[in-house]
Ligand binder design. Structure first.
Ligand code: AMP
Ligand code: TRP
Length: 345
């Protein structure tokens, strides 16, 4: 294990966890456990940047935690917790509100998408959200961040914030013996054949928790019948599957299903096309149903079992938060010293 490398990532407890979250993020979280120390966070403070029903929020915080564990994340070897239990995230985010520039945030495409036309009515939190995300990562001085493609811009902002902090306070960082740079530049890890899983109803839109059509996504808690129905109804085109990747151009729905198959089976996309090229979608879809049910069925079942045991899930989160806080408070104390704030020593 590289001594100083540390992995951090977060998932919002909002709505239904789906195949996009699983293949774009969680599968990579699981893999990285073998090579790195990892911190995986249920980012509840991010969730409340848009309205959340309180009882439902409590339920979904536990559900995302259950999804982490059911997918194979080990909360004893690594750290699993919910963001709001470690107040240093919000504290560092305030300092970053004062480092990041309005012009930087104005470029964020996710804010524009989420705020929509009625921007005046969006919460201030939704606008400042990328600063909190930077704080999540940098409060642990994490070096690697596994995410889906849609988070790339936010990661770039986190790097800009780290760099500006290091520059603005360079004298003080040196004076306090923290070396040349206090924060590392966190690197995005956007890997695998499914970094952007698309809607099953429209291959040009990403699969999303908030799509009004449940047929657009496969939820981790879907049973075998729903998975089968959704895959069979997934939009396709009339042509047979191509034998080479070139043939997927301008066929977003076909491209998406091939990517999903590759990711679930652990094969490359060319391998999948070699096997199914020239065949009709109906046969391919049947095999995909069996594959999806065999991979997701056990995870959904384990999630259901775990979410019944709220005492266990809450204990995992409390234990993870205790261990996270040790690292986060050390960073926050150093940041206070660097910025010139007085703290009890
Ligand atoms: P969120 O649900 O927005 O908190 O996303 C949690 C993680 O899942 C992030 O790393 C996202 O980039 C990833 N993710 C969300 N939707 C998709 C998708 N359709 N395809 C691939 N990754 C996704
Ligand atoms: N913004 C991310 C999303 O919507 C979730 C997130 C919050 C996150 N803080 C993070 C991801 C820190 C990686 C690292 O998916």
């Amino acid at each position: 294990m590289a001594a100083k490398e540390l992995v951090f990532s977060g998932v919002q407890p909002t709505g239904n966890l789906h195949l996009g979250n699983y293949l774009g993020a969680i599968v990579n979280f699981v893999k990285l456990q073998d090579t790195h120390n990892c911190i995986y966070c249920v980012v509840d403070l991010h969730a409340i940047t848009v309205w959340q029903d309180p009882a439902e929020l409590t339920r979904t915080i536990r559900e995302v935690t259950a999804a982490f564990i059911a997918s194979g994340i080990d909360p004893k070897k690594h750290i699993v917790f919910n963001q709001s239990q470690v107040s240093e995230h919000a504290e560092l985010a305030w300092v970053f509100n004062c480092v990041a520039r309005l012009g930087w945030l104005n470029r964020m495409t996710q804010f524009k998408e989420k705020a929509g036309k009625d921007r005046e009515n969006a919460s201030v939190g939704l606008y400042a959200y990328p600063n909190l995300m930077a704080a999540d990562i940098l409060v642990y001085r994490a070096t690697h961040v596994p995410v889906g493609e849609d988070q790339k811009q936010h990661l770039e902002l986190a790097r800009d914030i780290a760099q500006k902090f290091n520059n603005d306070f360079s004298d003080s960082i040196r004076a306090h013996d923290f070396g040349e740079k206090f924060f590392p530049m966190p690197e995005p890890l956007i890997t695998g054949p499914a970094t952007r899983v698309m809607s099953l109803r429209d291959g040009t839109k990403k699969m999303s928790k908030s799509d009004p059509s449940d047929y657009s996504r496969i939820n981790l808690t879907d049973d075998a019948d729903s998975i089968a129905q959704k895959v069979r109804k997934a939009k396709t085109d009339p042509e047979p599957l191509p034998s080479e990747e070139e043939g997927l151009k301008n066929r977003p729905e076909a491209d998406n299903l091939v990517g999903i198959y590759a990711a679930l089976s652990g094969q490359s996309r060319p391998d999948v096309l070699r096997e199914f090229g020239g065949g009709q979608f109906s046969g391919f879809k049947s095999t995909l149903v069996d594959l999806a049910v065999s991979k997701l069925g056990p995870i959904g079942a384990e999630m259901k079992k775990l979410t019944q045991d709220t005492a266990y899930v809450d204990a995992v989160l409390a234990d993870g938060a205790d261990r996270a806080r040790v690292i986060a408070s050390e960073t926050m104390n150093a940041v206070k010293d660097i910025v010139g704030l007085i703290r009890k020593k």
